[in-house]
Ligand binder design. Sequence first.
Ligand code: XIL
Length: 362
Amino acid sequence: RGVVEAGKSNLSFVGTAVEWWRLEYEDGYAQAAARHYNLITMTNDCKWSYLDEYNFSRCDAGLEFASAQQMGFRFHTLLWMRGGNPAWLDESLASADADKKQQYLHDHVANTVSRYSRAGVVAYDVINEAVCDFGYMEYTRRDVDGRWVASQEDCFFSKYYNATLKISDWYSGNDPVDDYETVIDDAFRQARLFDPDALLCLNDYQDESASGFEHRKSDNIYALVRGMLERGVPIDCVGIQTHVDLGYNDRRNWYPGEYANYQRLQDLGLRIMVTEFEARCTNMGVPCKEWDLDAETTQAELYAKGTRLCQQFPACMSFTTWGFTDAASHSNTDGRYGNRHPLPFDENFDAKPAYFALFETL
Ligand code: XIL
């Protein structure tokens, strides 16, 4: 925090995701978050299902914590296209006509944004994960070369909306002829009505690079946001989640590809926020054999590269990791692989080389 405030960095924020229950009940957790960061995101507590279940209380508590600590707050997320939505929404969307479907989403965005429209709320992830894995749009079911691809059954929203638009149409800036895309545009317009100041973001994963394995998805996100801008949709920012693993250095063209992608987004006049950085000790899902000095060093390099990349672009205003201690990482909680060590602090809240790489780069 001190580093950022000293103004050595052009990043305004270095952030972490936090969980309400840990802030509330876990010794040392809230203090550590407040000591090292100046921006927080609630991991789950502001997702629609949680807002419903806990009547906003956990998300509210997160914002109050941020305000009390003079930290900024990222609201994650208004509409999550892949999941995290209440069960009743699934049932309701399945049986509703077009107007009614729109009403559910409008009401949610209006109620939520009017509640959180206050000082300290820096940005909303208005839409989270609009595009399916490997760049196949949920709603086009075509890849960037125009080939049809298998549909993504697990994508929550796509089940309820027509999917007819082609990539070429997004570039044209024509009015959307696709109701999934209308959902995206509408959510941003609705959010802007109720919060004139906060940054409105489209957040996604595997959209870091304009080359290599993940270029399709990045290209699609780029096309989508460019079309939104041409249609006058009030989008301010692209959130780049950046869940990476230690294989990234070998597997991908980490630098030129990322650089080109950040550059083209900046050229659109959009802000960039790195929203969920972590560097897991895995390679394509396969866990590291050992968490040793080599692995720690490789990880620190990835942290340094990630922050340096962001630093090079005035548009890139924040760098958030998806949690800060390995004891509370979502990558460790599925129990399958044990500790994948993805975050800047170890399980004892001791700073790792990744921490020093992150903060020294700023
Ligand atoms: C994850 C949380 O970390 C988990 O606790 C939860 O079980 C599922 O969601 N991308 C996102 C986040 O945008 O919302 C996801 O968070 C991680 C991937």
